[in-house]
Design a protein around this ligand. Structure first.
Ligand code: PMP
Length: 496
């Protein structure tokens, strides 16, 4: 299928992004590699003064026959050895490694060619892009990508849309820049498109309209919900109708699992005959629906390889990517060279197939963890409609939603205020030796100036609160023990 080019979205750029010039020094840095040029132009230290001569790291070797989570033995049959040398043996991009003389030098703000080429190919395989001039840029992960996004698109006083409960750092990063974070209701299947459309159709005409929707479509943090493919198409249509951009923050994208099956005898983990089958099983991304270039996708290695890699990437139109590159030239410059050498060297040896094998292996692990968590919730939570659990189909989080109005002392002790019951439950959990996190910590509740009509901020279920727990962080026995404590504490609190 032939696809067209992305549209020009420069009208969304902030004054800061429009004013930022490309650093002239960065325009000639590639000549540093040119043997015909005597490069006297930049403050680049000689690479022989970098104390590191070579770098060796071992990881397991695809196809990870016994699953992931087994350290490599050091033998060739199960060990992938990355040996990165100091010096370039061929031209940049021709080898699979980022040599240390380049990785540890200035330059390549967009990312090292060996990392970018891997990530580009991976993006093409997974997302079936619908316009031609897209590109990728290396980031320090999605936290930094979001901070850059705010600077590129938003001014003080602008409004962005987010899920009603969302990753608190993302809210605070926006609020610290004077940006209003306006909530959109969500349910077990993510943002409710009808509510989004209602809010925008009835937007107070005196207030500037939102430029951007920030969403965590898969394994949403904190609710654990995942946005269905139908809803994504609807939301994309609404984005076109009301002309805003979509930032999909997708660190949990590859932690997708089977639907939870309570009956253990019917439970089976899906296996895939081919990588194509695995890719076909994945939920559609916003970027794969995007024919215009109005979506920016933030991907991260944090949840699939390790948060300390501080490495991720964005996918967007070339126009938008180059605006991020100009910002990075003046802020982070680029993600750590060590990280790019190690991750790039590993992934280029694993290959696209090996990386998909790793992701399939992760899927098996998270499926099991999710099952253990939800089984334990079914076992230990008192059986009553007061409590609701939505078994997640992706990510690391489960939530227990609670109808506070059913608390025996809702009116008398807690003055009919759900937030007071929430605080009391939180304290009770700590007393019981378990930590789960109140949903209120993730609540977006900004408003425009002048404000939106009250109906736009209507709570769908005002007496319900929720708590977020994770099944990722502890071994399975601890997970069960923790959930048992949660069940006992809730039973006592609600006098059941
Ligand atoms: N976005 C979301 C939704 C997250 O949950 C997290 C991690 N908790 C991040 C971003 C941070 O990701 P990174 O490590 O890539 O900065």
């Amino acid at each position: 299928m032939t696809v067209g080019e992305a549209q020009d979205f420069s009208r969304f750029f902030s004054a800061e992004a429009k004013a930022r010039k490309s650093s002239p020094l960065k325009t000639c840095i590639h000549l540093f590699q040119d043997p015909n040029i005597t490069f006297l132009g930049g403050g680049l230290p000689l690479s022989k003064y970098f104390p590191w001569d070579n770098l060796k790291v071992e990881s397991p070797l695809p196809p990870f026959k016994n699953g992931i989570g087994h350290p490599p033995s050091g033998d060739a049959e199960d060990t992938c050895l990355v040996h990165v040398r100091r010096d370039e043996t061929t031209k940049a991009g021709d080898t699979i490694d980022v040599p240390l003389s380049r990785a540890l030098q200035y330059g390549h703000s967009q990312g090292q060619p060996e990392v970018l080429s891997f990530v580009r190919e991976h993006t093409g395989l997974v997302h079936d892009m619908k316009y031609s001039d897209w590109d990728v840029m290396a980031t320090t992960g999605n936290t930094g990508a979001w901070e850059s996004t705010l600077r590129i698109f938003c001014e003080k006083g602008d409004t962005i849309l987010t899920e009603q409960h969302t990753f608190s750092s993302s809210i605070y990063a926006a609020e610290a820049q004077g940006i209003n974070v306006f909530p959109v209701p969500l349910d077990d299947n993510g943002i409710i498109p009808e509510r989004l459309e209602y809010i925008l159709d009835n937007w107070n005409p005196e207030a500037k309209k939102p430029k951007l929707l920030y969403t965590i479509p898969t394994g949403q943090n904190p609710t654990g919900s995942s946005l269905s493919d139908d809803r994504k198409a609807e939301i994309y249509r609404i984005a076109q109708k009301h002309d805003f951009l979509i930032l999909e923050d997708e660190p949990y994208y590859f932690l997708q699992m089977d639907k939870y099956e309570q009956d253990v005898s019917k439970r089976k983990t899906t296996t895939f005959d081919s990588h194509a089958d695995f890719i076909a099983s994945l939920t559609k991304s916003f970027i794969s629906l995007d024919t215009e270039g109005r979506v920016i996708r933030a991907d991260s290695f944090s949840k699939v390889l390790g948060p300390g890699t501080r490495l991720g990437w964005i996918v967007a139109s070339k126009q938008i990517v180059s605006t991020y590159v100009r910002l990075h030239e003046m802020t982070i410059q680029n993600p750590s060279g060590f990280s790019q050498s190690i991750v790039g060297g590993t992934l280029n040896r694993w290959g696209q197939d090996g990386y998909l094998d790793w992701l399939i292996g992760l899927r098996v692990e998270y499926n099991e963890k999710r099952d253990v968590a939800i089984d334990a919730l079914h076992k230990y939570l008192p059986e009553t409609p007061i409590f609701h659990v939505n078994p997640p189909i992706a990510g690391m989080f489960f939530t227990i939603s609670i109808d506070t109005s059913k608390h025996p002392e809702f009116a008398s002790k807690y003055l009919s205020k759900p937030e007071l019951v929430e605080q009391a439950i939180y304290e009770k959990m700590i007393e019981s030796g378990v930590l789960i996190v109140p949903g209120a910590w993730f609540k977006a509740d900004g408003d425009t100036q002048p404000p939106q009509p009250a109906e736009n901020k209507k709570e769908l279920d005002p007496t319900r609160i929720f708590f977020r727990g994770t099944f990722a962080a502890v071994p399975l026995d601890k997970l069960q023990e923790g959930i048992k404590k949660v069940g006992v504490a809730l039973k006592q609190e609600f006098q059941l």
